[in-house]
Design a protein. Structure first.
Length: 283
């Protein structure tokens, strides 16, 4: 995987460099720190101070103790680099790996085990992040950081992040999950996947999206989900028709999926009641 990643990155640097330069005519002249240097410097960053990171990079490259660029100059050159070069490399490397090296990947009964989850994250309380994520200064309490929402789709058996996104808190987890599904479908064959969701995710729109992609899925339900349907179950493991009434379809934002509910009227889904073992308290 690492070899494939570095090969793809090298090709992007060589053949598509201009695509990832944010300001025209930057990285065109000979400079002590080239476009390639900036990319590899960022990749090799170990969390030290900027000065030490620069020193380590050039010592490794040239074996020279002299630091040829100041941290101010480095920060300026980094600002001209589009971070999407790393996203593109990740996506292309994963696509290549899942399509050509599938024999090396762990699965469960020939299915990849994927999961989607989201979480709020704190952002630096700076003007640029507040503007980017639509946070009004007056909405923050004293010493409080602005927040964003992240959503990630992972292959849990192979420790790969297939897709991730960060967005304003105003965008809900269901919307981001759909984005994860759509983007990851270009990287991995979702027909060969089982996608697992926590209890906050069950929704008609997500079911329809996953069925559209022909993916298997498991949602953890709350006790209050589908009370009417569960009341008529004769066993703890049955297929049941989930009626697509107005209440269950009114929140669907995808117009194409909403139109589909008018045709199918219901979804035949399997519900499994799992009794959790109660741990005895030790005295």
């Amino acid at each position: 995987m690492l070899k494939s990643y570095l090969t793809i990155l090298k090709n992007l640097i060589k053949n598509e460099r201009e695509t990832f330069v944010l300001e025209k005519n930057k990285f065109t002249r000979n400079h002590k720190m080239s476009f390639e240097d900036v990319v590899y410097y960022i990749l090799g960053n170990k969390g030290k101070t900027i000065v030490l990171e620069i020193e380590d990079y050039f010592n490794e490259k040239f074996g020279d103790d002299e630091i040829p660029i100041s941290k101010q100059a480095l920060s300026e050159r980094r600002s001209f680099l589009d971070w999407k070069i790393f996203k593109r490399t990740d996506t292309d490397a994963l696509t290549d790996f899942y399509s050509t090296k599938s024999d090396y990947l762990e699965d469960f009964k020939e299915y990849y085990v994927l999961t989607i989850d989201g979480s709020p994250v704190d952002l630096p309380n700076a003007k640029i992040t507040r503007e980017e994520f639509g946070v009004q200064l007056r909405a923050l309490k004293e010493a409080e950081s602005p927040k964003a929402r992240i959503s990630t789709l992972c292959d849990v058996k192979n420790d790969f992040i297939i897709d991730s996104t960060i967005s304003p808190m105003s965008i809900g987890e269901h919307t981001l999950a759909q984005e994860n599904i759509e983007k990851s479908s270009k990287t991995i064959d979702l027909k060969k996947a089982i996608i697992i969701f926590d209890r906050l995710y069950p929704s008609t729109e997500l079911y329809l999206k996953l069925i559209e992609k022909e993916s298997k899925f498991i949602f953890r339900l709350k006790k209050t989900d589908y009370i009417h349907e569960k009341k008529y179950m004769k066993t703890d493991d049955e297929y049941t028709d989930i009626k697509l009434n107005a209440t269950r379809t009114q929140s669907i934002k995808n117009n194409q999926l909403k139109e589909k509910t008018k045709e199918i009227k219901s979804l035949n889904l399997r519900i499994v009641n799992v009794k959790q073992k109660q741990e005895k308290l030790k005295h």
